[in-house]
Design a protein around this ligand. Structure first.
Ligand code: BGC
Length: 733
């Protein structure tokens, strides 16, 4: 179909494009240097005003200094969408009608794209929505390392590998901050489980701390220049992480030279002296000793409020301490709400929906595809039974602080129905996840047996079953506040899948989760598509991939162990996970995720970096530019990738490096570079991946610094951590 425009329409279109370009893309908020302004403001502030800048005035804002025109700071969750407005003084939603947003996919999905450019688009779009909602600080992204599949909050993070998380988080942060909105990377540090998160004391070695748990935060600070960082709830070596002498004062502020603001997690501050001295700048969410509910103006009782003022006045804490905090807070303001060049932002526009859909389709991981089950053609003789609660359940509601109020959320069922015009789509729930808040009061009429019976009947008469199940965002599932209690699928799904497979041999599983799960039913299904939590465009994105409009190219950002004890954190029993309620010891040390599977030779069910495609790729001519290198060199790995199948598609070339015969304990290999390449069918490209030798250092506790071991190294090149096509030995002097 041809579309013609007249002159007036064309002028209008050009103007709109121009405006969109101006507002949306060109006006980046590049803050100027304001250090001398900051000093002159500091001179005008009273001690009371300085202290008032260092703590909350409401659930999500801090006081400004009205007499000087210094604005309030407004914050919002979170990592994959701007949260709805919360009441001033409690956790209830404020009931605004202008705060519905675009829900982007959760960060496991973003990490699974292995596409830093998409991460930049994600961050930029999200930042635009935050700017439009007048937020100065966006409380995300989260980069806590995926240590155990039980962590209720893994879906908010970027997987188990520090290199992948670092590579993906940097463009996200830069994208957000182009809008004059501070990203607040969280939760610093070692918040790797939700169970007992408020109290648990983590004991972990210096090497694991620096090599596994800190690199993504370090990249956020040093490569992305993040403007804020959030402390964590847990303790580390006997001290709360939010005001930790080693973590915040020494590593973050002295060693990494972080010049932004350390914000507490909501109620993670515990002590005025430590908060003051060890570098907490802004205290949020504290409900000290119940004062949060009983005292009229409880914000005055925060550790960095009246108790801090008192100690400053008496001289017990020097004024320089508060000055440093205020400088940082004012610097954040000049980067955000005091930046006259900040763009206008925008929200719920087509471009954001497109980014959400693109990330969703690129992040889905095809785990199994027997007999080319996917893609499913739209044939008028075909009947598809869509079975499972997750086919219709909202996945943007729940999950804790990352919960969203999207303007719309297309469910998998809606997406499939919209895409399949010829095939018949039939649906039944199959199982239910227990009483909702409503059903607690009004007894549920959802009887598990009759739901199952209906599912079996439907499966019998359909050609194909698409089982849409997995976890959800309820408490004890993929949700903040506690961990999952089982590795297997909940709500009777395992038995249901087995029963369905007895009456229909064509079962494909659309697995909605942010975590690995046990798959004792693996042989009963022909295909598995790991779809994460996809946000507003979930259903359309799922239909894109199921139908073959988009060829999946996501790769797992974490390993799926066969059984829970095959995971390093679980291999040492409760002392290691979840601890005894007081302490826990990260006994697997640096061997997190695939590092454990590889080194201990424990085969995973699905490996880190794994993901199938509807087409096939050949990786060939794999070589390094040299055979021996000096310490300051960069190793360039070259690999030809050819699309030898029938679909356009994308492949991720992954480069891992190991050091055989090392003088220290090391994982067999570690991801040190990757590159995603998109190829038409039949076409080929040469992919280059660079690995700076500096990145091959290990953390040496004997010198409290990074160190390099010369000798021979092994370069592994493949398209998954367990699919290596070539090993190359190189020598580094
Ligand atoms: C979460 C943070 C979140 C904060 C504010 C806390 O419970 O741990 O990630 O940003 O609440 O909602």
């Amino acid at each position: 179909m041809k579309i013609f425009f007249n002159q007036v329409q064309l002028t209008g279109i050009f103007f709109l494009c121009f405006l969109t370009f101006q507002i949306g893309f060109s006006q980046e908020a590049k803050p100027a240097n304001h250090e001398s302004d900051i000093e002159s403001i500091l001179k005008q502030l009273t001690l009371e005003e300085k202290v008032a800048l260092c703590h909350a005035q409401s659930k999500f804002s801090t006081k400004g200094v009205a007499r000087l025109g210094i604005p309030e700071i407004w914050m919002s969750d979170g990592p994959h969408g701007v949260r709805a407005e919360i009441s001033w003084d409690d956790w209830a939603y404020a009931g605004w009608t202008n705060d519905s947003i675009t829900a982007f996919p959760a960060l496991t999905c973003l990490a699974a794209t292995f596409n830093p450019d998409l991460s930049s688009q994600f961050g930029f779009s999200l930042g635009e929505e935050a700017r439009y909602r007048k937020k100065d600080v966006l409380l995300g992204p989260g980069v806590n390392i995926y240590r155990t599949p039980l962590n209720g909050r893994n879906f908010e993070y970027m997987g188990e590998d520090p290199f992948l998380a670092s590579t993906m988080v940097v463009p996200y942060i830069k994208g957000v901050q182009k809008n004059g909105v501070a990203a607040c990377v969280k939760h610093f540090a070692l918040n790797n489980q939700e169970h007992w998160r408020d109290v648990i004391n983590v004991e972990v070695s210096d090497r694991a701390l620096h090599e596994i748990y800190l690199p993504a935060f370090k990249a956020a600070v040093q490569e992305a220049g993040v403007w804020a960082i959030m402390g964590a709830y847990n303790q580390f070596r006997g001290q709360y992480t939010t005001h930790h002498e080693l973590l915040t004062k020494k590593i973050l502020k002295q060693d990494w030279k972080f010049d932004g603001v350390v914000i507490s997690d909501w109620s993670s501050a515990h002590n005025t002296d430590e908060a003051a001295i060890n570098g907490l700048d802004l205290e949020m969410g504290t409900g000290t000793d119940g004062l949060g509910y009983t005292t009229e103006n409880h914000y005055d009782h925060y550790y960095l409020a009246s108790p801090f003022l008192k100690k400053l006045k008496s001289g017990e804490i020097p004024e320089a301490v508060v000055d440093d905090k205020v400088r940082r807070i004012l610097r954040l303001m000049y980067r955000t709400n005091l930046n006259p060049n900040k763009p206008l932002g925008r929200m719920n526009n087509k471009e954001h929906h497109d980014v959400a859909r693109k990330v969703a389709t690129e992040g889905m991981v095809l785990l199994k595809n027997e007999d080319n089950f996917f893609p499913i053609r739209d044939d008028k003789n075909l009947s598809i039974a869509v079975i499972g609660e997750n086919a219709t359940r909202s996945m943007t509601a729940g999950g804790g602080s990352s919960e969203l109020k999207p303007k719309f959320e297309i469910s998998p069922l809606e997406g499939l129905k919209a895409r399949y015009k010829n095939a018949s789509i039939l649906h039944t729930m199959g199982y239910h996840s227990g009483p909702s808040e409503y059903n607690r009061v009004h007894p549920s009429n959802l009887d598990a047996d009759s739901l199952k019976h209906a599912a079996i009947q439907l499966a019998k008469k359909a050609d194909i079953v698409l089982f849409v199940g997995g976890l959800n965002k309820s408490h004890l599932q993929d949700c903040e506040g506690d961990d999952r209690q089982q590795y297997g699928l909940p709500f009777g799904q395992e038995a249901l899948i087995n029963d369905i497979s007895k009456v229909n041999k064509n079962v494909g599983f659309i697995l909605v989760s942010g975590n690995a799960i046990d798959m004792p039913w693996l042989n009963e299904v022909k295909a598995i598509l790991q779809t994460w939590y996809l946000g507003s465009m979930a259903g359309q994105a799922i239909a894109d991939v199921v139908s073959g409009d988009v060829n999946p190219s996501g790769k797992l950002p974490f390993s799926f162990p066969v059984k829970l004890n095959d995971n390093g954190a679980h291999a040492f029993g409760e002392r290691s996970y979840p601890g005894d309620g007081v302490n826990q010891y990260y006994k697997e040390d640096i061997l997190v995720g695939y590092r454990w599977h590889d080194t201990k030779k424990i085969k995973p069910l699905y490996a880190f970096g794994y993901g199938m495609s509807y087409t096939n790729f050949e990786l060939s001519n794999i070589s390094t530019d040299k055979k021996s290198y000096a310490k300051n060199d960069t190793i360039t790995i070259s690999c030809d990738v050819k699309n030898v199948g029938d679909f356009e598609g994308a492949e991720v070339v992954q480069v891992y490096v190991g050091k055989p015969k090392s003088k220290i304990d090391r994982p067999l290999k570690e991801l040190k570079g990757f590159s995603k390449v998109k190829l038409d069918k039949g076409s080929a490209k040469t992919v280059l991946v660079e690995v700076p030798i500096d990145k091959l250092k290990y953390y040496d506790p004997s010198i409290s610094d990074w160190n390099f071991e010369s000798g021979s190294y092994e370069i592994y090149v493949g398209n998954a951590s367990n699919a290596i096509f070539k090993k190359i030995k190189v020598t580094i002097d």
